[in-house]
Write a protein that binds this ligand. Structure first.
Ligand code: BG6
Length: 789
């Protein structure tokens, strides 16, 4: 009776003795999101393709959920499965019924549950006179559960001798190199590498899987094209419109780099960049060449990346993870990365990797743009797409979605007519008006799969057929983490640029590169509109404008704050040069302005450096070449990168006659004279100050009467911390300035910032409180840590 039922359930009703064996598929986490969306459908597909051939199957959906609940969920999922497009409805219902009969739900929690499952499988196999071929365990569970499950399978649920075991693991495989290694070691103590199938579902995407075959089949045409001599740049992109809502506990740990770049985009990068093995069906050769390409990757620096976070993310994290309102997440939900490959083939070619949530469109592609080397003498209207070398030349592996709506391989007609396997690929039908990457679709040879298939269905079939080349080996995984971990470390404290999400992002996330450095093309938004459901909070604003001690306050995250201050200084410089022909800027030392100097050095091409005079606000009494000297900081982070005429640079004369800051050497008076000679009325165009945790500014310290009033422009002072002797602009000199900017950054400044906000003008106690330009403007620049704590 039972035998008959099984027989009925098999397509074609094969006799048991014809079968090569029985396969049990155990889907762990069978009620979860991934399983419901893709894996059950993939298993159904496997059943449709294989059951009529030589194996019998049984599908065990398992989870921690109670049997009743689990059964209900599974029943619904099985009901919603879909058949291939050309299946008649009646036939589809029949096939689904067969699959449902072979599928069950069971709770799998304790080692005893695993043992019971194993015994059930053995009993069934015996009862039905079958032979066990093997077991597939698909781990669709969070990685923290891996080790426990692996232990139970290994101890109680391995198939008997002669049958195989395959365990399928879903990313994330670690958060960095160390944790990936740890996980690999742990799993390695239960399973052989041969038994493990690490899924990167992008390797199952039809177009991604076509990259190597495409390169192989078009070797001749690509020979002269696939290298630095002809490739201008490569873009590997995965844009999403969805955000991370509902997944923030996962996302907080991995961010966009761990979620997408370290795996999907890196795998694609390798397929494009690796040397092509003679035999692309040899997984050893492919892996070997991949690892070689990994070794050639140039290490990523902090400046190789730009990161962003969509504005609603922080609120979602607070809600979902029950964090207080003061919680700020630094997790990037957007990243643009510039990769270089230091080998003969790719030296100097920029590879741009980009991915993000809450963007304006959903699309994935690899775009290889070739160098434009031609000049066309004929008028543009006579250019023929298939011949003109003046039209862009590109090859695009269009992974899916976007304007085209599905996967395709596109090759500019002026490059060559590619060869694709005629069995699985067809020419894309024209879509009038559709333009891709700046050209009408008709400019490309365009091919798409005859039958679109979901990546998971493809990979499940590969697991069944033991095609390990579509999976991530341990060496491959660790090589990828070796590459990404240093960047993740260097970004750990980086504040991502906030973006509103969707079409409103405008050009806010555009970025550009020069050398190995990547930066956003536009300054950050002044202000973002807060969510409709809440009153505006300070944290809703990218840059907050307010008042502090009755003067304008600009507050923002450090990156935006520095960008804003640099922009304001440049604007003041341009204006001063236009009006007076020169710009006198007095700069403080210390650590806060370093980022500002770097920003000015790299991002402000319009700065009139040739007409700028640089002065020091204060100096330590050490030789100018001493690393502790403020001048050294200026030299290292600004002067060596910009062209300021050397006679416009005015270090403080702390060392005269081989002595440091001796009163009798009159260094302070000499500097004051220099100021009076060169700066009209001794009035600097802009003075940049900081604020110490004790309320000092420049080198004017509390409880020290020097420099707080009187006529002297420059004074010698004593600092409570070493090096003690200082030279400083006096408070009157500072207050003569046209504009004073006070930059205050970091949590350590929070307390003094609060205190100074309440006190009156008491420079003896808090010298900073004496800063108020006589006729100029004072602006406070504080980051959120200093301002809001
Ligand atoms: C997954 C990521 O690996 O890929 C998700 O965890 C992402 O964050 C998804 O949304 C995208 O895959 P696809 O197939 O929809 O492009």
């Amino acid at each position: 009776m039972l035998m008959a039922a099984v027989c009925m359930a098999l397509l074609g009703c094969l006799q048991a003795q014809e079968l090569q064996g029985h396969v049990s598929v155990i889907l762990l986490g069978a009620t979860g999101d991934l399983a419901r969306k893709y894996l059950w459908q993939g298993l159904f597909q496997l059943y449709l393709e294989e059951a009529g051939k030589s194996h019998s199957f049984r599908f065990h959906g398992t989870a921690l959920t109670s049997t009743k609940q689990g059964q209900e969920v599974i029943a619904k999922v099985l009901e919603s499965l879909s058949c291939p497009r050309d299946t008649a409805p009646g036939r589809c219902a029949e096939l689904k019924a067969q699959f449902q009969q072979l599928s069950e739900y069971r709770r799998l929690k304790t080692p005893e549950d695993y043992l019971a499952l194993s015994e059930d499988i053995e009993a069934r196999v015996q009862r039905e006179g079958l032979q066990e071929a093997g077991r597939i365990f698909y781990f669709s569970v969070p990685p923290f559960a891996y080790a426990e499950i692996a232990r139970s399978i290994n101890s109680s649920c391995r198939p008997g001798p002669g049958a195989w075991l395959r365990v399928v693991l879903e990313k994330p495989f670690g958060r960095d190199h160390r944790s990936a290694q740890q996980l690999a070691t742990e799993l390695g103590s239960f399973f052989q590498e041969e038994e493990m199938y690490r899924v990167d579902h992008y390797l199952g995407k039809q177009v991604v899987a076509q990259i190597l075959p495409f390169r192989d089949q078009n070797r001749k045409a690509l020979d002269g094209l696939w290298s630095r001599h002809r490739v201008e740049r490569v873009e590997i992109v995965m844009k999403e419109t969805v955000d991370a809502e509902g997944r923030t506990s996962f996302y907080e740990e991995y961010g966009v780099i761990g979620d997408v770049l370290q795996n999907h985009l890196t795998e694609i990068l390798m397929l494009v960049a690796m040397e092509l093995p003679l035999n692309i069906s040899s997984s050893e050769a492919v892996l070997g060449h991949k690892l070689q390409a990994f070794r050639a990757l140039r290490g990523l620096q902090r400046g190789s990346a730009v990161v962003g976070q969509y504005q609603a993310y922080r609120g979602q994290v607070r809600r979902e993870l029950q964090k207080p309102d003061s919680f700020h997440s630094l997790t990037p939900t957007f990243a643009g990365i510039l990769v270089h490959i230091d080998n003969l083939r790719w030296e100097g070619v920029p590879f741009i990797l980009m991915s993000g949530k809450a963007l304006d469109e959903r699309v994935g592609y690899v775009r290889i743009l070739f160098k434009d080397q031609a000049y066309c003498a004929q008028s543009e209207k006579r250019w023929v797409p298939a011949q003109s070398h003046c039209l862009p030349q590109q090859i695009i592996f269009y992974i899916g979605h976007g304007e085209l709506g599905g996967p395709a391989v596109l090759v500019s007609r002026n490059l060559f007519r590619p060869s694709l396997p005629s069995a699985g690929w067809k020419e894309v039908e024209g879509q009038p008006g559709l333009r891709l990457f700046g050209r009408p679709l008709s400019d490309y040879y365009a091919y798409s799969p005859v039958r679109e298939q979901d990546a998971y269905s493809i990979l499940i079939s590969h697991i069944f057929h033991r095609r390990k080349d579509s999976f991530i080996t341990m060496d491959n995984l660790l090589a990828s983490w070796v590459f990404w971990t240093p960047l993740l470390d260097s970004l750990a404290h980086e504040v991502p640029r906030l973006y509103p999400g969707g079409a409103e992002n405008g050009h806010l996330l555009d970025f550009e590169f020069s050398g190995s450095h990547l930066s956003f093309s536009q300054p950050p938004l002044e202000q973002l509109v807060p969510g409709l459901d809440s009153a505006p909070m300070p944290s809703d604003f990218q840059v907050l404008r307010a008042k502090y001690r009755d003067s304008p306050l600009i507050s923002a995250w450090p990156e935006e704050l520095i960008a804003r201050l640099a922009g304001d200084i440049e604007a003041a410089a341009v204006q001063a040069v236009r009006r007076f022909g020169q710009f006198h800027l007095a700069l403080s030392g210390g650590s806060s302005p370093v980022a500002l100097f770097q920003q000015l050095a790299t991002g402000h091409y319009g700065f009139p450096w040739a007409h700028t005079h640089l002065w020091l606000v204060d100096e330590r009494c050490v030789p100018l070449w001493d690393p502790e000297s403020n001048f050294q900081g200026l030299q290292a982070h600004l002067l060596q990168h910009v062209r300021v005429p050397h006679y416009n640079v005015h270090p403080m004369p702390v060392r005269r006659r081989q002595r440091l800051c001796a009163e009798e050497d009159q260094g302070a008076q000499a500097y004051a004279e220099e100021i009076s000679t060169l700066v009209t009325n001794g009035s600097f165009d802009l003075v940049l100050l900081g604020m110490g945790t004790d309320g000092h500014t420049a080198s004017l310290f509390p409880q020290s009467p020097v420099g707080l009033d009187g006529k002297q422009l420059v004074v010698l002072t004593t600092s409570p911390s070493g090096p003690h002797r200082r030279m400083s602009l006096s408070l009157p000199a500072i207050n003569r300035a046209r504009k004073v900017a006070v930059l205050v950054m970091g949590r350590m400044k929070r307390e003094i910032a609060m205190l100074v906000s309440r006190v009156g003008r008491e420079p003896k106690k808090w010298p900073i409180s004496g800063v108020l330009p006589d006729s100029g403007q004072l602006v406070w620049y504080m980051d959120y840590d200093a301002f809001l704590g």
